[in-house]
Design a protein around this ligand. Sequence first.
Ligand SMILES: Cc1ncc(COP(=O)(O)O)c(C=O)c1O
Length: 362
Amino acid sequence: MTYQSLAKPAVLAQPVYEPGKPIEDVARELGLDPAGIIKLASNENPFGPSPRAVAAAKRALEQGQLYPDGGCFALRQKLASAYGLGADQFIVGNGSNEIIELLGHVFLSPGDEAVMGNPAFVVYKLVTLLFGAKAVEVPLVEHRHDLAALGRAITLKTKLIFLSLPNNPTGTTNEPDAVLTFVRALPQHVICVVDEAYAEFVPNPPDLRPLIREGRKVVCLRTFSKIYGLASLRVGYGYGSPEVIALLNRVRQPFNVNAIGQAAAIAALDDHAFTTACVAGNRTGLQQLETGFRSLKLDYVPSVGNFILVKVGDGSRVFEALQRSGVIVRPVKSYGMPEWIRVTVGTPEQNKRLLAELKALV
Ligand SMILES: Cc1ncc(COP(=O)(O)O)c(C=O)c1O
């Protein structure tokens, strides 16, 4: 008997997630010097981590022999006072990816449905399928969530609806008022998961807290991987009603978030100078890329995130060629966009290099 024959059917049917390639992998595979490679593939922060977070992480490492605080008490307290919510309204995860999985553990069974945009962050679909539920994908219109169509896709079997604002891979968002109206109109058996991974880059993102206070079924997700530059430490969080947070805590592993990450995240929340500079740097970088794409006569999707879709013809070919020249971007063929690539906004020098390499290719 093989392992495969013993595995659960949902596992065998599970599509494989392809992450952005690490610099070391590309260097090894292509025989390049890692120092000359830039990675603009995973929407990381090109300005590095918050320096205050790095200092706190180093201090925490000195206590590396101890298990972390499994309940992330200090971080949840800090988040609670920043948001004006209770500490019991937050759950911290090993990246916000883990919270998406916890939502699946708690709410999705075979036969259930989860509604999501297409394209949208692929982990919604992966988690939905892993729990044997059906992923109901609703095409975007002009690269934005079609809220009316998402609403029409809801059935009595729908448990979750995922809204990523801004959406990955498109970098687009929806009007705050339209989002709040949409969520208020959802039926009582549907939980709206609002993924705010890139919300800090947006000047005026929808604020779901009033709806949470009203008792609407909303869970919001945020991460320290993007604006705070702490992707390697894997810290994300969700917030919602105390009831939903208690359910998510039931299926969480006791020590899911390490102490180094917790310490770094707490310090990062205080580093307003860093995040303000990153938002400004991102805005300038987006303008630099958009100007460059226009002069290369390449279509792009105007973005409010820290990444941008650009239409290059054969996305896979351009991805491969850029990689050979030491610039890692993301092909989005698997998102149904074979003519496009997704590029993370880099430092001015990185953006310049990408544009120069693209010019030689297209
Ligand atoms: C929309 C969206 N949500 C969540 C995540 C996951 O972030 P984390 O690093 O917190 O797991 C990402 C990562 O790229 C993302 O694009």
